[in-house]
Write a new protein. Structure first.
Length: 496
């Protein structure tokens, strides 16, 4: 089944209109979507993507994923568990396709306000001399005595001193993404496979600092873990772990309860692929740690999990996004300083089928109305390919500014917005500065802390080389120069 030829589309549209609007009792394309497309994610609107993307990419994959008779399985799907018998006939799927193609826009338009500021800034860019070729940085962390990075290609964790000299490396496996402090060492979350996979090769390992002590896996056989939080969730005095196992098609949100002997007992909290990040809060003030979790990978949503005690949780959806939103990250911050933590959320993942311009990619602030239950959109800052945003008072004027990175910026621009600094001007207005040269790297990860102890906040960006089909020379340049990270050193005078 194909949807690429104009003659077929014309025939499609004519037949579809006849079938949809005749009074023979046959369901329309929209009604069929409402029946069959909401089992896995929210109902998509035709205007989420341009007509060409629907026609040539998404609809053929939808047909294959739904097991529509005659649909060819797409290479992208790999080991996707296609149902043997579809609930949709080929004729019914054609009605859906016709409905979508008729209403999809010819092209996507960007919305949202951008107040451009000057290119000058109070940050100084610092680049280490040692290089990783190609750079494959999956984690950056600022510490009081230096910098920690992880490289997926070399499969190592690296320590850099305050003068940006590489002083130590440790083999940890492919795709270390998080480092949690532990007495005498750290707990490292390792994906096991940076590339999309459902193989259970991920793990959490204890990495001791003392010489002669070997690292040890404390939890293994994880499905591509990307984030973990540590808390005594069942209130037995032992530290438990909630892991976002992103996976590919078979991810899940998992709880590992620690036992008296130090081992862990695992259970699934939410059997859904694509958990990205979780944060621990006590939303209902009952003394039990609750969770807020962001999911991507189609069924894109933010949930709260209210702790019922004994390792049990009540799952409640809080914010729902479209299946093509490309959720990439969130953090909780009391942006308006009213005593309630708001949600700063980014959408920008664009890796599934090439860089498609999406006007809803960017940075969102959702104001808290009821903690853990109700949040309302306050403002939106467009940023193609947004991957992370962190809110801090970088200029020390009393309000929150925002540092943001994009892993999929619009490379058709002369200066792709791979990094943005948003200076808060009040009333939802920002001066937007893009002062980091895109030739230095492609930013996948970011950390913020006072690296040099001068009472202001610095920004650390980690680079991972990833193909840009429209600019292959840029991809080659990143790979050859091998810059693993850059530090944006804050030079503003500390507040008196």
């Amino acid at each position: 089944m194909t949807f690429g030829k104009s003659e077929r589309i014309v025939l499609f549209s004519v037949l579809g209109l006849l079938l949809i609007y005749c009074s023979d009792g046959v369901s329309s394309g929209k009604e069929l979507m409402e029946q069959h497309c909401v089992g896995c994610h929210t109902l998509p609107d035709p205007d989420l993507l341009d007509r060409s993307s629907w026609e040539n990419i998404v609809l053929p994959r939808m047909a294959a994923m739904m097991g529509v008779p005659g649909a060819e399985k797409q290479a992208f799907l790999g080991d996707y568990p296609v149902e043997q018998t579809s609930k949709l006939s080929a004729q019914e799927f054609e009605k859906i396709a016709t409905y979508i193609i008729d209403l999809a826009p010819d092209a996507m338009t960007t919305t949202g306000k951008i107040s451009q500021g000057s290119k000058s800034s109070f940050f100084r860019q610092v680049i280490p001399e040692y290089r990783f070729i190609p750079p494959s940085t999956t984690m950056v962390q600022l510490s009081s005595d230096g910098i920690i990075t992880a490289d997926a290609n070399k499969k190592v964790l690296s320590k850099w001193d305050r003068r940006h000299r590489l002083v130590q490396t440790a083999e940890v496996g492919e795709g270390a993404v998080q480092m949690h402090p532990l007495e005498g060492g750290s707990l490292i979350t390792v994906m096991g496979s940076f590339s999309p996979s459902d193989e259970s090769t991920g793990y959490i390992m204890a990495l001791p600092y003392a010489a002669g002590q070997a690292p040890q896996k404390i939890i293994d056989q994880l499905n591509r873990p990307v984030h973990a939080v540590y808390e005594d969730f069942d209130q037995d005095g032992l530290q438990d772990v909630v892991v976002c196992e992103y996976g590919k098609w078979r991810g899940r949100l998992s709880l590992f309860l620690q036992k008296q002997n130090g081992e862990y007992s695992g259970k699934t909290l939410l059997n859904q692929t694509g958990p990205i990040k979780s944060e621990v809060r006590d939303f209902d003030q009952d003394g039990l740690p609750d969770l807020m979790v962001l999911f991507g990978q189609g069924n894109e949503m933010i949930y709260t999990l209210m702790n019922l005690g004994g390792g049990n949780f009540d799952v409640q959806p809080v914010l729902k996004f479209s299946p093509s939103h490309g959720s990439s990250g969130f953090t909780m911050v009391d942006f308006d300083k009213d005593g309630l933590e708001d949600i700063l959320y980014t959408a920008g993942d664009n890796a599934d089928f090439g860089p498609i311009k999406r006007p809803y990619h960017g940075i969102y602030l959702y104001r808290c109305i009821v903690p853990g239950e109700k949040y309302e959109l306050d403002w939106f800052q467009p940023l193609p390919g947004a991957y992370d945003a962190q809110a801090h008072d970088f200029d020390q004027d009393g309000d929150f500014d925002i540092a943001a990175i994009s892993f999929f910026p619009d490379f058709s621009n002369d200066q792709p917005e791979s990094f943005l600094y948003l200076e808060n001007r009040g009333s939802g207005e920002f001066y937007v500065n893009n002062f980091v040269d895109e030739n230095l790297g492609r930013w996948l990860v970011m950390d913020v802390a006072d690296h040099d102890g001068d009472n202001d906040l610095d920004i650390l960006l980690g680079s991972l080389t990833f193909e840009v089909p429209t600019r292959p020379t840029l991809t080659e340049h990143w790979a050859n120069q091998g810059i693993p990270y850059i530090l944006l050193e804050n030079l503003i005078q500390p507040a008196k």
